[in-house]
Design a protein around this ligand. Structure first.
Ligand code: NAI
Ligand SMILES: NCC(=O)COP(=O)(O)O
Length: 336
């Protein structure tokens, strides 16, 4: 992918003790072979240099301003420095690094909103580590929506989509306890989510007439009310509203039979009613290729589908494929 005529991507450091830093370095090493779009990391250049050293990788690291990223990228890993330094041991998370994690995300959003970047790509954060430091958002998805609206009259409803060539899934409820799902699930929420997914599949993914499939909540989508009533009382009315708006929707489908290959060929995105209903099938089918995309914002954000993987950080065995897929999808969907 040629770099000089396109806006670069901004890649946040993520948790510095997780696999994000080593995957970012590996992605840069693979940039030509994998035809990766130009990107800059937002993080502490010294931390990235230390991680590269531990693997014996010769990677020139260049602190840059946003306008220098494209010209720097072919020969150096461009890094937009933070105001704080990072001290992290791979695998040993520390809430003391939370300010750097948050600053990287804030900087990325500020720059993409200012038009300095095509899109934002985030490395994984450990939510429980940030919560310890007082972070009040469930994850990136909700934090990015708040940052996208900051200082403006706009509000954004962020929708999480996990996308791969084989399957795209959207959890309608996201980071909440399973016991809270039935009360959080409303017809309005499903309709809002379905509208955003249909619009972005059209506008960003170029699918002229997107086909959505809605999972039921209960076994066998409720078995006519014998195994739960939400399918009939909450999901069916949402389907009726979306269809009346001209959106192609199937469902509510029994969730156990909607993810096999033949079933998947009938829709472009599956809307699942809770986190694991969506993420188990895609991570089973496409763990190394799937990308987390946030829909509904004023800019594109992608991320690998996996987390911080503290258990393997620093061992050199983390696979960079999902991060590289996230970089490619961000370039495809983002601003030219
Ligand atoms: N976008 C984000 O910021 C995300 C953050 N997380 C956070 O990550 C933390 C850890 O979550 P887990 O559930 O343990 O999921 P995880 O994805 O970090 O790890 C699950 C398993 O997959 C392996 N794995 C993950 N990525 C790999 C890769 N690139 N190559 C090879 N093996 C890989 C790990 O070693 C582990 O055995 C949590 O605190 C969670 O909040 C989880 C998902 C996304
Ligand atoms: N399980 C997906 C996940 O945790 C991603 O969350 P986010 O940080 O992208 O909001």
């Amino acid at each position: 992918m040629s770099g000089l005529n396109q806006r670069p991507l901004l890649l946040t450091q993520g948790d510095p003790a997780g696999i994000g830093p080593e995957l970012s370095l590996r992605a840069w090493l693979e940039r030509d072979r994998a035809s990766l779009p130009p990107f800059a990391v937002i993080g502490d250049p010294d931390h990235f240099a230390r991680v590269a050293d531990t693997f014996g990788w010769t990677i020139p690291i260049a602190p840059v301003e946003p306008q220098q990223i494209q010209s720097a990228f072919s020969s150096t890993l461009p890094v937009i420095p933070l105001s704080v330094s990072v001290s992290a041991e791979p695998g040993t998370h520390d809430a003391a690094n939370a300010p750097s994690v948050i600053e990287a995300i804030e900087t990325a959003v500020r720059l993409v909103r200012a038009g300095s970047a095509a899109a934002v790509v985030t490395n994984p954060i450990a939510k429980h580590v940030l919560y310890k430091a007082g972070f009040r958002h469930p994850g990136h998805t909700e934090f990015l929506a708040a940052l996208a609206a900051k200082g403006s009259e706009e509000t954004y409803y962020p929708v999480m989509m996990l996308w791969s060539e084989q399957l795209a899934v959207v959890p309608v409820t996201v980071h909440i306890p399973l016991s809270d799902v039935p009360s959080a699930l409303t017809t309005d929420l499903i309709v809002l989510t379905g509208r955003i997914v249909a619009r972005e599949l059209r506008e960003r993914f170029g699918i002229a007439n997107p086909r959505l499939a809605l999972a039921g909540l209960n076994p066998h989508a409720g078995e006519n009310g014998a195994m739960g009533t939400e399918d009939e009382t909450i999901i069916v009315p949402a389907i009726d509203i979306l269809r009346a708006e001209g959106i192609q929707v199937a469902g509510p489908l029994p969730a156990d039979t909607m993810f096999h290959a033949h079933a998947r060929s009938r829709y472009d995105a599956a809307l699942a009613m809770y986190h694991d209903q969506a993420l188990i099938p895609i991570k089973t089918i496409a763990f190394d290729e799937a990308v987390n995309v946030t829909l509904g914002l004023s800019f594109v954000r992608t991320s690998p589908d996996h987390g911080t993987a503290f258990d393997i950080a620093g061992k050199g065995i983390a696979r960079p494929d999902s991060l590289m897929a996230a970089l490619k999808l961000a370039a495809r969907l983002g601003r030219p």
